[in-house]
Design a protein around this ligand. Sequence first.
Ligand SMILES: Cc1cc2nc3c(=O)[nH]c(=O)nc-3n(C[C@H](O)[C@H](O)[C@H](O)COP(=O)(O)OP(=O)(O)OC[C@H]3O[C@@H](n4cnc5c(N)ncnc54)[C@H](O)[C@@H]3O)c2cc1C
Length: 400
Amino acid sequence: MAPKVLVLGSNFAGLTAALAVKHELQGDVDVTVVSKADRFVFNPSFIWIPFGRRKPQDITFPVAPTFESHGVDFVHAEATRIDSQLQKVETSKGAYGFDYLVIATGYLEDFSPIPGAGPGGPTQAITSLEGALATADGWKRLLADPGPVVVAAAQGTGCFGAAYEFVFNVAYQLRKHGLKKRVPITYLTAEPFLGHFGIGGLPGGERLLGMFLKRTGIQAILDTSIEEIVPGEFRLADSRRLPFRFAVVVPPFVGAEVVRTSGLGNPSGFIEVEDTYQTKTAPNVYAVGIGTAVSVPWQTATPVGVPKTGFPAETMAHVAASNIAAQIRGEQPSRRESFGEMPAVCIMDAGNNGVVILADRMLPPRKHGVMIPGPQSHAAKVAFEKYYLWKSRHGYVGLP
Ligand SMILES: Cc1cc2nc3c(=O)[nH]c(=O)nc-3n(C[C@H](O)[C@H](O)[C@H](O)COP(=O)(O)OP(=O)(O)OC[C@H]3O[C@@H](n4cnc5c(N)ncnc54)[C@H](O)[C@@H]3O)c2cc1C
């Protein structure tokens, strides 16, 4: 009987891991994906949804046909309990056994450290598809009745890139609507300095981000926690008050519920892994993507998380797939790549402008790091979105 690989999650990390292991073993393996979502969702484009620049159908595709065409079984269900010892996962559609398990269940937003933020409150969010769609309504209300805007990268978040992108897109859109002079914009962040991004910053980054903010007339408030949000006002830990008519909060992330309830995660629900992406719990249980735990070589006064972006999520998935294939062949799982050593590759969009960010390593010490500003960065982000969706929809996970 062919060995059974079970993958939980079907986004960046899960889709890549499932197809890569199938391809590595030339089909000689049973791969099943169980996912809560039946669509792939390209989260980096959430920032454009509030302005009507993207609709959900532009940035999602159904995953079942992709898996089917590569001989991978797909089950649209939620995993509810993982038992590493018994090699079994309970789901909303029954139990599945495995020889090898890949947990790629990603992130959930955690608004609990920011009283007043989150669904139903006075602020908006762009870190989920539903949140971004609701933000589109808030944005329309702002255009009809302009007033102060706050975009906050809250204490503990690691998703600073999205916060920068969104605040620059807000400035660009307000200029387009002729409202820029009537709407003061504030970027509120937990970062100790501009351009820290949760990865310790890059050479020239602080100066470049400062220049971008100045040119777009955005005020920045750094290294600050939000104590509470009440309708129309942010209350900061340093006693400052910040009025708003439209505000977006980028919250910290935590791991999936099933990881926490199965006792596999750290207090944030992220899974500790080896550089092979085997979990510390069992050598045949792997974890990849944003749901893994990463430690950083610094401490900040205001808590700052780490951005586990798409590129590392995919890299982890490839490493795990190679190692599972090795184990199935009776070899040692020898491919290793720690998060900190992976190259940093990112594009920060700014509406009609942007910055390409490249570095030899995600985390310091680095040998090289460059930030290339210009309108070509916006074009590159749009082209990358199209390319990535095309590549993933066809299951060409071997392509860069
Ligand atoms: C607004 C925003 C902007 C971003 N911009 C960028 C960017 O510009 N560049 C970049 O590289 N990265 C960016 N990222 C980060 C990027 O989206 C993540 O790195 C990526 O989503 C991680 O992929 P993942 O597969 O690990 O997790 P996720 O994308 O969170 O996917 C998790 C999967 O697991 C499934 N799942 C969850 N729980 C269960 C369960 N119990 N049972 C079964 N299935 C389950 C989900 O349905 C989903 O399919 C951005 C993120 C956000 C939110």
